[in-house]
Design a protein around this ligand. Structure first.
Ligand SMILES: *Cc1c(COP(=O)(O)O)cnc(C)c1O
Ligand code: SF4
Length: 275
């Protein structure tokens, strides 16, 4: 962040503003219907073959546009015993082949707690892949230790890391190093961004972000249209602007560097492609 610049795009992501108190029709506490997707404490399933675990309420940053900013984390399991109903459910449902660890941020767990959970998941025979959705490699790059890499490498499941960055200034040399540790270990790294007014709603920023990512061996995955969560109206970029930005990105980047522009629509069996 640039010091003393209230418009800094990194600061904007975490700065509480009085704008948040402005109500707006259609902005809700649970915009993506997480509540309805709850299967067992901590376990969400919306899509075929994959399920998501809300592993902790804790994040290293509190993004003001977070679609889980009002999520009810009361029933989030903290111990293996509390995870048992979710683990039993996963064990019973042989159609699930991929488990996504989300949160909060799964890398806010200690290696010990994360390892315990991964060991349980590995023992579920029909699981094939482990995906971690995490912002920690970006906001606390030191979290990506040799020990963590070792744990993921020795996991039976194919591991995929999905980070979350929105602006090229988030990717400094220490972040480059932390991301390189996954790639060097043969663990694919993807990125998801959210299209945010005042943060990354220009073609220059989005192109610079994608270029920086691919140079770091990180594949741009999703560019999310903002989830309409209460308190985040000031971040909204109209879809027409989003379409235009993605079209401009496409004319400046290799095909693999253009993220899929998507929105999450409750009730749909997949994220909805917007372009
Ligand atoms: C977005 C999401 C996923 C992952 O979807 P992909 O399209 O596979 O990245 C899985 N579960 C839930 C509940 C989600 O919201
Ligand atoms: S890192 Fe993700 S889960 Fe955590 S506050 Fe930000 S958007 Fe929400």
């Amino acid at each position: 962040m640039r010091v003393a610049d209230p418009h800094d795009p990194l600061l904007r992501q975490v700065l509480p503003l009085s704008d948040e108190l402005r109500g707006a029709a259609g902005f809700e506490l649970d915009p993506v219907a997480d509540q309805a997707a709850g299967q067992r404490p901590g376990l969400l399933q919306k899509y075929a073959r994959r399920a998501l675990m809300v592993t902790t309420p804790i994040c290293a940053v509190h993004c003001r546009y977070c679609f889980r900013r009002h999520f009810d984390y009361q029933s989030t399991p903290r111990t293996l015993a509390q995870w048992q109903p979710a683990l039993d459910q996963l064990g019973r449902d042989a159609a699930i082949e991929e488990i996504i660890l989300s949160g909060g941020d799964p890398l806010m767990l200690t290696d010990h707690r994360l390892g315990e959970l991964i060991t349980q998941l590995e023992s579920i025979e029909h699981l094939e892949r482990l995906r971690l959705h995490t912002r920690l490699p970006v906001v606390i790059p030191q979290r990506v230790t040799a020990q963590l890499i070792q744990m993921l490498r020795s996991c039976r499941l194919t591991t995929i890391i999905v980070i979350h960055t929105n602006h090229p200034a988030e990717l400094d040399s220490s972040v480059a190093e932390s991301l390189g540790r996954f790639s060097d270990a043969g663990i694919p790294v993807l990125n998801q961004s959210v299209l945010l007014r005042g943060v990354n709603d220009t073609v220059e920023t989005l192109v610079a972000l994608s270029r920086k990512l691919i140079n770091l061996r990180v594949m741009p995955y999703y560019l999310h249209q903002l989830d309409r969560v209460a308190g985040a109206t000031h971040f909204l970029v109209p879809r027409e602007t989003g379409h235009r930005l993605v079209a401009q990105m496409r004319s400046q980047l290799p095909g693999y560097a253009v993220p899929r522009y998507v929105v999450e629509q409750p009730g749909m069996p997949h994220k909805t492609l917007l372009d």
